[in-house]
Design a protein around this ligand. Structure first.
Ligand code: FAD
Ligand code: DHB
Length: 387
C-alpha cells in the first residue's frame, strides 16, 4: 500500500494535519490505537487562542465552534481574599480566547475527515515506523479486523502524543531532551452544573491551586492541585467539592455544585525534545513537547505545529525542502515561549510541598504585580491569548 503522508495518532495534531494536507491535494492515512468513541470522549483541554480559532475557521472547521464556542475577553486571578480581573481585549488591542473543548475539536475533525473519504484507521495495534532515513519510510500496523497494513510513504508525521512510538523511533543520540517535573498534579472534573463565573478563575490558595473553567452554559469544568502520588479513589465527589469550596471562597459569591460526570488526574511536566525532525519523520504536538496545563497551551501548540508542517510537507513533496528544513526551528520558537509562559504561570499559582514564607511572599508579590501593573498584565494577556 502507498500514501504520501503516514500519520500516527488521531489527536488534534494528526487529524488537523490530515485535513490541511487534503486541502492541498495531499493524500494521507491516519493510524490510531484508540477507538473513535474514546478519542471523542477523552476530557482534556478547553481554551483556544485567537490564532487557533482563525486557523480552524480558515480550514472550514468552525461551524460548531462558531455556534457553541464561548468567547472570553479575560480571566480572573484570585489570591489573598481578592478576585481581580484581567481584561485581555483592553490590554492587547482586542484579542480574546474561546472556550471550546478539545473533545469537540476532535469530533469536528473526525467528522470532516470521514465525510471527505479520508483514511482513518481506529483501534490499530503494533504500530511501527521504519526506514526513516530514506525517502520511502514505512508505517506498519495491524487493523482492528486483524489484517496488516504496510504503507510506503513519502513522509511520516509522528502525532502520537507523549507516550507514542515515533519519538523513540529516532536513533539514539538524535534527540536532546529538556525536562522538568512538578511536585503536583491536577485533578479535573466535568460537572453537570452551570458555571458560577462568566470568565475563568485561576485561584492561588494556601491549600493549593484551583481553576474554574467551563464547557457550556450548563457544564462546568474545574481543576484542583493535588499530590502527584494521590489516586482518584482518594477523591470522592464530596471531598472534591469541599476542597473547591474552600479554595474559591469569596464573600458574596457562591460556587454551584452538581453531579460529577467525569474525573481524572493529570501529571504535570515541561518537556521539549529537539529537533522535531529526523530524516523523513516529523514530530508534532505532544509527541515533541509537553507543557503543564496552567495557561492552556498544549492543544494550541499542537494545532500551531501542524499549521507549519502542512505547507512544509507540501513543499517537500514538490521538491522544495526549504520550509521542511526550517520546520523544527520555526516551531520551537513558539514552543519555548509557551514552555516559559506555562512554567511561569504554574510556579506563580501552585503551592510547592513544604513551601516556606519566602516562596509564598514572592508568589503573592508577583500576583499583585500582574494585577496592578499594566505592563505586567499586558505581558500575561499577550502570552495567554497567543504569542
Ligand atoms: P494527543 O491528543 O495525545 O493525540 C495523540 C494520539 O496518538 C492519541 O489519540 C493516541 O491514542 C494516539 N497514539 C498514541 N500512540 C499511538 C500508536 N502507537 N499508534 C497509533 N496511535 C497512537 N492541555 C491544556 O491546555 N489544558 C488541559 O486541561 C489539558 N489536560 C490534559 C489532560 C491529559 C490527561 C492529557 C494527556 C493532556 C492534557 N492537555 C491539556 C494537553 C492537551 O490535551 C494536549 O497538548 C493535546 O492533546 C495534544 O494533541 P496531540 O494531537 O499532539 O496529542
Ligand atoms: C482549561 C484547561 C486549562 O489548562 C486552562 O489553563 C484553562 C482551561 C479547560 O480545560 O477548560
Amino acid at each position: 500500500m502507498r500514501t504520501q503522508v503516514g500519520i500516527v495518532g488521531a489527536g488534534p495534531a494528526g487529524l488537523l494535519l490530515s485535513h490541511l494536507l487534503a486541502l492541498r491535494g495531499i493524500e494521507s492515512v491516519v493510524a490510531e490505537v484508540r477507538s473513535r468513541g474514546h478519542c471523542e470522549a477523552r476530557q482534556r483541554a478547553g481554551v483556544l487562542e485567537d490564532s487557533s480559532v482563525r486557523l480552524l475557521r480558515e480550514a472550514g472547521l468552525a461551524d460548531r465552534l462558531d455556534r457553541l464556542g464561548l468567547e472570553h475577553g479575560g480571566i480572573y486571578l484570585q489570591f489573598a481574599g481578592q478576585r481581580r480581573h484581567l481584561d485581555f481585549r483592553d490590554l492587547t488591542g482586542g484579542r480574546t480566547v474561546t472556550v471550546y473543548a478539545q473533545t469537540e475539536v476532535v469530533k469536528d475533525l473526525i467528522a470532516k475527515r470521514l465525510a471527505a473519504g479520508g483514511a482513518v484507521d481506529f483501534e490499530v495495534t503494533g504500530t511501527v515506523v521504519d526506514r526513516l532515513d530514506t525517502d520511502r519510510p514505512v508505517l506498519s500496523y495491524t487493523r482492528a479486523d486483524g489484517s496488516t497494513a504496510q504503507i510506503v510513504c513519502d513522509v511520516i508525521a509522528g502525532c502520537d502524543g507523549f507516550h507514542g512510538i515515533c519519538r523513540p523511533a529516532m536513533p539514539d543520540g538524535v534527540a536532546t531532551i529538556r525536562e522538568r517535573e512538578y511536585p503536583y498534579a491536577w485533578l479535573g472534573i466535568l460537572a453537570d452544573v452551570p458555571p458560577s463565573t462568566d470568565e475563568l478563575i485561576y485561584a492561588y490558595h494556601s491549600r493549593g491551586f484551583a481553576l474554574h473553567s467551563m464547557r457550556s452554559p450548563t457544564l462546568s469544568r474545574l481543576y484542583l492541585q493535588v499530590d502527584p502520588d494521590t489516586s482518584i479513589e482518594n477523591w470522592p465527589d464530596e471531598r472534591i467539592w469541599d476542597e473547591l469550596q474552600q479554595r474559591f471562597a469569596l464573600p458574596g459569591w457562591d460556587l454551584r455544585q452538581g453531579p460529577v460526570l467525569d474525573k481524572n488526574i493529570t501529571p504535570m511536566r515541561s518537556f521539549v525534545s529537539t529537533p522535531m525532525r529526523y530524516g523523513r519523520l516529523f514530530l508534532a504536538g505532544d509527541a515533541a513537547h509537553i507543557v503543564p496545563p496552567t495557561g492552556a497551551k498544549g492543544l494550541n501548540l499542537a494545532l500551531a505545529d501542524v499549521a507549519v508542517l502542512a505547507p512544509a510537507l507540501d513543499g517537500l513533496l514538490r521538491g522544495d525542502s526549504r520550509l521542511a528544513d526550517e520546520y523544527s526551528a520555526t516551531c520551537l520558537e513558539r514552543v519555548w515561549r509557551a514552555t516559559h509562559f506555562s512554567w511561569w504561570m504554574t510556579t506563580m499559582l501552585h503551592r510547592s510541598p513544604g513551601a516556606d514564607d519566602m516562596e509564598t511572599e514572592l508568589q503573592l508579590s508577583q500576583l499583585r504585580y500582574v494585577t496592578t501593573s499594566r505592563a505586567a498584565a499586558t505581558s500575561l494577556a499577550e502570552n495567554y491569548t497567543g504569542y
